[in-house]
Design a protein around this ligand. Structure first.
Ligand code: PLP
Length: 371
């Protein structure tokens, strides 16, 4: 039984007809860039995310960079973010010219440590970027108080949390702006790269739209330098079709996560993922940890791969130990929780069409390899 980490084909099967019709219409119209499909998706995703504006961009990394630039983050500024995230969060900060200031995560939910953020706010802090990691929102209410008091922007990294909520409010609507990714494997994934900035602020939305369109609001007038970062009409066709199914697919992910948790509960040496009180989790990833550390994790990973199961590690190297951020001058030992998590974690297959039998099989392999 081969089980991928993510099965994109079964999602496509549900929307194939709609996508083919949408593509045919688009090809006939020729509006490949900034077509009506993009505005339709932006409006639908803004409504879904409970914000007034959604601006489609080329990918999630650009979305972060443009959102930060739109709130005037740049050279000389500092931006606080967690050390346990995908490199893009820190990369986007560095690309604005600002310095990433990393903090550790809490050991239970693996979300940004609010007290650590409080201790790192200083005169140069311009923004805080919590990451809604693995499908659940960071404790933004604690951060919002800090951000307000220090007059800094709260920009959510919403790449992994499409459809999640915190105390009933949609992830992506919890800060001044949010940046998201539609990378194919995300809960709402395109057929290529894509991303968006979400915000209630008309000013920020307009800034992101202009910056992503060569610094222009009037054709061939470029008062400032910008980028070419726009969501393709083709991706918008796919995203609209998938958005209509996202709530159902997120429920299926939840059911799969529940089945994993009930089967794995009580297995010696395995720590299960936990949902922070106040959160609705959308299970972008199901991440377990091994008391036996890297050795045990790697043995289980190898056994899963031998059995044809596509498990992964998200992410094996925290940001401060990446060569690209050697200039930050940080070392092993600086963020012990993030390091310990990176050394012992494993992501099991999780996608909406994962069957009960497939989950049983994955758990059997994990159980026999970790014993
Ligand atoms: C937490 C996080 N932030 C940012 C990104 C960057 O998104 P993209 O790959 O679309 O540039 C990703 C996904 O890849 C991510 O998982």
């Amino acid at each position: 039984m081969r089980i991928p980490l993510v099965d994109l084909a079964s999602m496509h099967a549900e929307i194939a007809g709609e996508v083919e019709r949408g593509f045919a219409e688009l090809i006939a119209s020729g509006a490949f860039v900034q077509g009506p499909q993009v505005s339709a998706f932006e409006a639908a995703f803004a409504a879904f995310s409970e914000v007034r504006h959604c601006v489609g961009v080329a990918n999630g990394t650009d979305a972060l960079e443009l959102a930060l630039r739109a709130v005037s983050v740049g050279h000389g500024d500092e931006v606080i973010l967690p050390a346990n995230t995908f490199i893009a969060t820190a990369e986007a900060v560095a690309r604005t010219g600002a310095t990433p200031v990393l903090v550790d995560c809490d050991p239970d939910f693996l979300l940004i440590d609010v007290e650590a953020v409080a201790s790192r706010i200083g005169p140069r802090t311009k923004a805080i970027v919590p990451v809604h990691l693995y499908g659940q929102a960071a404790p933004v209410e604690g951060l919002a108080g800090l951000a307000d008091a220090a007059h800094v922007a709260l920009i959510e990294d919403h790449a992994q949390s499409h459809g999640a909520t915190r105390h009933g409010r949609a992830a992506g609507s919890l800060g001044l702006a949010a940046a998201t990714s539609f990378y194919p494997g995300k809960n709402l994934g395109a057929y290529g790269d894509g991303g968006a900035v979400l915000t209630d602020s008309e000013g920020i939305a307009a800034r992101v739209r202009a910056l992503g369109n060569h610094g222009s609001t009037v054709r061939y007038q470029h008062p400032e330098l910008g980028f070419n970062s726009r969501l393709d009409s083709m991706q918008a066709v796919v995203l609209s079709a998938k958005l209509a199914r996202l709530a159902t697919w997120n429920k299926a992910r939840s059911a799969a996560a529940e089945q994993y948790s009930s089967l794995l509960a009580g297995m010696a040496g395995i720590t299960l993922p936990r949902t922070m009180p106040g959160n609705t989790h959308v299970w972008h990833l199901y991440v377990i940890r091994f008391a036996g550390g890297t050795e045990q994790r790697d043995a289980v990973l190898a056994a899963l791969h031998t059995a044809g199961v596509g498990a992964g590690i998200h992410y094996p190297v925290p940001v401060h130990l990446q060569g690209a951020f050697a200039n930050l001058g940080q070392h092993r030992g600086d963020f012990p929780v993030a390091e310990q998590v990176a050394d012992s974690m494993l992501s099991l297959p999780l996608f909406p069409h994962l069957s009960e039998e497939q989950i049983d099989h994955v758990v059997e392999v994990v159980a026999s390899a970790s014993a």
